[in-house]
Design a protein around this ligand. Structure first.
Ligand SMILES: [Zn+2]
Ligand SMILES: [Zn+2]
Ligand SMILES: [Zn+2]
Ligand SMILES: [Zn+2]
Length: 292
């Protein structure tokens, strides 16, 4: 796969152009790991026979991440997007989640068509209805009337009372990771509900669950990172896709194949290993069936 080097060179050229654009030629606009992000956008993840790439790079092609490392990286990415796009960190984290934590994807989509991105993600610039509108307003869920300081609205302005909001958010958090893409409760509205609002209205317990989904999403929805599959291990592994051997060794000492997450199996390819595993499990099922 000789095109790999060409991609790298193109990326490097594109990147330095970006750096110049955003930081007036200084080197601090985008840090070096942006190259990784760009790499995986171009390289097909499905190929197993990447052994011929090993000779290209000699440094370790993966990094083991603790929960603290993950939170720091996530926060760095959010801060970077907030700075480059001149938006709040709350909005930046909604965008990153929507684009599976790819900094380069958020960046490219935003500058290609900001309006389209805002619409898709639910980041409104202007409220749809004025809020607050008068001294008293009606909650859109329970239809009770409240003084407007007892109601809250996302950027769209649709008013709901504190207790209806709290119920809505708590239900979403307990329904699963969909709570990371929460929208206004008004069925016709897709305005995003940000972390700031969620923090304001959740119990400690729900807040912890939400924060767990947030960090899990950063690993599980991101194409460059995976959790270590060893039971009870909390480390994740960040892998430079397209960089050669998939064998990685976690800080817990477990060695596994980053591509298929089975035990390390070099030089056998992932497809063959999958067939072995299937065959073994079919055989053991047969044994259960015919034995005793
Ligand atoms: Zn209400
Ligand atoms: Zn709304
Ligand atoms: Zn591990
Ligand atoms: Zn494998």
């Amino acid at each position: 796969m000789d095109s790999e080097e060409e991609f790298d060179m193109q990326d490097a050229a594109a990147e330095s152009a970006e750096d110049d654009f955003y930081s007036g030629g200084e080197e601090d606009g985008f840090d070096s790991d942006d190259a990784d992000v760009a790499d995986y956008e171009f390289i097909d993840n499905d190929s197993d026979d990447s052994d011929d790439l090993i000779s290209h790079r000699h440094q370790q092609n993966y990094t083991v991440l603790s929960e603290e490392d993950i939170r720091k990286r996530q926060d760095d990415d959010v801060t970077r997007i907030a700075t480059v796009l001149s938006i709040s960190k709350v909005a930046a984290s909604i965008l990153l989640r929507y684009y599976n934590w790819s900094v380069s994807k958020v960046h490219d989509e935003w500058f290609a068509d900001e309006e389209k991105v805002r619409k898709a993600v639910g980041l409104l610039e202007e409220p749809v209805v004025p809020f607050p509108d008068g001294r008293e307003m009606t909650c859109g869920i329970c239809f009770e009337t409240y003084p407007s300081d007892r109601l809250l609205a996302a950027a769209c302005g649709h008013p709901f009372c504190n207790s209806c909001w709290a119920g809505y958010i708590s239900t979403a958090i307990n329904d699963g990771p969909g709570c990371l893409m929460l929208r206004c409760p008004d069925p016709s509205c897709n305005a995003a509900v940000g972390q700031d609002m969620i923090n304001l209205l959740t119990s400690d317990e729900d807040s912890k669950k939400h924060s767990r989904y947030f960090i899990r999403s950063y690993i599980e929805d991101n194409r460059k990172t995976k959790w270590c599959p060893a039971p009870g291990c909390d480390y994740a592994v960040d892998f430079i896709v397209g960089s050669g051997s998939y064998d990685v060794t976690c800080r817990c000492a477990y060695s596994f194949c980053w591509n298929c997450t089975e035990e390390a199996h070099r030089p056998v390819d992932c497809g063959t290993v999958a067939k072995w595993i299937l065959k073994n499990s079919a055989e053991s099922e047969n044994m259960n069936w015919y034995g005793t």
